[in-house]
Design a protein around this ligand. Structure first.
Ligand code: ZN
Length: 160
C-alpha cells in the first residue's frame, strides 16, 4: 500500500471522463488500498481515482456519520436519488485552500459495485450526500468550482 500524489486543478487528468471498471481483480484492489491510504492521510472526506491520475470510475467516501467512521468503496457509482438542494460549503483536495457554496442535496442515494463486482445501494445525509455527488462528478471530469455560487474566505471560516 502507498500514499499517492493528489493532482491539483490545472492538471488535464482532472477534466477527463473516466472509464467503467469491468475487471474486479487484484489491480483494482491495489488501487482501492492505495486510495484509502491517500484519503486517510489527506484529512479529506472523499477521493476519486482521477485525482491520483487513474481514469477509472472508482471513488472512496469517508462516511463520518457512522460510528466508527467507515471508508466506503464505490465502483462505477451513480447517484440515483436526491432530495431538495441547499447551498452548502464545499472544498476539494484537488483545489487546496478554496471553499465556496454549491447547491447540494441533504440526502442522496447511490448505487455502485463493491470491489468484487456486487451491486449495492447506500444512503447518505449531509456531508456524505454531498460527497456522493462531488466524487461522482470527478468521474466525468468536473470540479466543484464549476458550480460555486459564492466563494468563501477561508480565514472567515476558521473564525466560526
Ligand atoms: Zn474533489
Amino acid at each position: 500500500m502507498a500514499i499517492r500524489n493528489i493532482l491539483t486543478k490545472g492538471d488535464e487528468m482532472l477534466n477527463k471522463k473516466c472509464r467503467t471498471v469491468t475487471q474486479f481483480d487484484e489491480r483494482l484492489h491495489l488501487l482501492l488500498d492505495d486510495m484509502k491510504d491517500t484519503l486517510l492521510n489527506s484529512n479529506g472526506v472523499g477521493l476519486a481515482a482521477p485525482q491520483i491520475g487513474i481514469l477509472r470510475r472508482v471513488v472512496l467516501v469517508l462516511d463520518i456519520k457512522k460510528e466508527p467512521e467507515e471508508v466506503v468503496e464505490l465502483i462505477n457509482p451513480e447517484v440515483i436519488a436526491v432530495n431538495e438542494l441547499e447551498p452548502t460549503i464545499e472544498g476539494c483536495l484537488s483545489v487546496p485552500g478554496v471553499y465556496g457554496y454549491v447547491m447540494r442535496p441533504t440526502w442522496a442515494k447511490i448505487k455502485a459495485q463493491d470491489r468484487y463486482g456486487n451491486w449495492f445501494e447506500r444512503e447518505g445525509e449531509e456531508i456524505v450526500a454531498q460527497c456522493f455527488c462531488h466524487e461522482t462528478e470527478h468521474l466525468d471530469g468536473h470540479l466543484f468550482t464549476e458550480k460555486v455560487t459564492q466563494y468563501v474566505d477561508v480565514e472567515q471560516l476558521e473564525d466560526e
